[in-house]
Design a protein around this ligand. Structure first.
Ligand SMILES: Cc1cc2nc3c(=O)[nH]c(=O)nc-3n(C[C@H](O)[C@H](O)[C@H](O)COP(=O)(O)O)c2cc1C
Length: 312
């Protein structure tokens, strides 16, 4: 296996495994948990540049971070270069390490406003945003892209090169086009082509569910880091070589720590549905898991959820 080192400007990452941005999931508590379990860097959920510039309270809350979670990347989305620049300047005052630009979100309401994956087909706008953001902050700026808009317009390698030439410090590539959504499988050949096109670090992404798969993607594509999204939900062990334990009590230990972090860093009773969604995922595929999941979904309060984790 080739030796590993992931350096994004002055930031050195201890391992190649990175938590992907997941809207609705990668909040401060979950990021801290993943850092504790071995993720070398975590990305925030995508944050609206408009919401930030207009100081909407929900958006401001999403930028909350603590120094223990560093290194952390805050991801911005938007389509107005000036607003994106202003938002990046605002983020610069936070104790963060990277600012990422979302160029991959496939959700219709985002794409309809020319943000997210729509930037893959509007490279002129993508370039204006990159320039504006890079000129508005001394922090390293990264992008997260897809392989292209659709099968006929694959342009990730060209876009990556253009981004590098304009100051982007690293590039994460989800190996699917916009039109694929989450169907099919991630295309490793295109991730390798992006790696060949640039000298800045490339982070491969898509469908990785274990350490073994992550190492295979690193070796086969030549990329420098691996970003893990869905497989980390209810499974922070994915960042460890040994992977997720089979025992119910070990799974409970993971959830218990997650709930502790939620209690410290948020107002749990206000986000009970979201916490249950996270919690149920810890018991996938484990004996006795479905009974625990039922107790979780029936819980009426955060205190009741904590009691479930204390009872095993
Ligand atoms: C629920 C959910 C939310 C996501 N939110 C974001 C986001 O905020 N920003 C982003 O760039 N990608 C987002 N993604 C895409 C992931 O970061 C990642 O690229 C994708 O899930 C593929 O990686 P995986 O197979 O490891 O999950 C999201 C994906 C899911 C399933």
């Amino acid at each position: 296996m080739r030796s590993f080192s992931l350096q994004i400007n002055k930031l050195t990452l201890e391992t190649p495994l990175i938590l992907a941005p997941l809207a609705g999931y990668t909040d401060l508590a979950f990021r801290l948990l993943c850092r504790e379990y071995g993720a070398s860097l975590c990305y925030s959920e995508m944050i609206s540049s408009h919401g930030l510039v207009y100081r909407k309270s929900k958006t401001m809350e999403m930028t909350r971070t603590v120094s223990e979670e560093r290194p952390v990347s805050i991801q911005l989305f938007g389509a107005d270069p000036d607003i994106m620049g202003e938002a990046a300047a605002m983020l610069t005052d936070l104790p963060i390490d990277l600012i990422d630009i979302n160029m991959g979100c496939p959700v219709r309401k985002v794409v309809k406003k020319d943000s997210g994956a729509a930037l893959m087909k509007n490279t002129w706008l993508a370039l204006s945003i990159i320039k504006k953001v890079c000129n508005s902050t001394p922090l390293p700026v990264t992008i997260k892209i897809r392989t292209g808009w659709n099968h006929d317009t694959i342009n990730a390698p060209e876009l990556a090169k253009m981004a590098e030439d304009n100051g982007i410090a690293a590039i994460a590539v989800h190996g699917r086009t916009w039109s694929q959504g989450f169907s099919g499988t991630a295309n490793w050949r295109l991730i390798a082509q992006v790696k060949d096109a640039v000298t800045v670090p490339v982070i491969g992404n898509g469908d990785i569910t274990s350490h073994v798969e992550a190492m295979a993607m690193l070796n086969k594509t030549g990329c420098d880091g691996i970003m893990i999204g869905r497989a980390a939900l209810g499974n922070p062990w994915v960042f460890r070589p040994e992977g997720r334990p089979d025992s119910l009590s070990m799974r409970m230990t993971g959830l218990h720590r997650h709930l502790q972090l939620i209690a410290i860093h948020s107002n749990p009773e206000k986000i009970l549905a979201k916490i249950k969604n996270h919690s149920g995922r810890y018991f996938k595929g484990v004996a006795g898991g479905s009974a625990i999941r039922k107790r979780i979904y029936d819980a009426k309060s955060f205190t009741e959820l904590l009691e479930i984790t204390d009872s095993i």
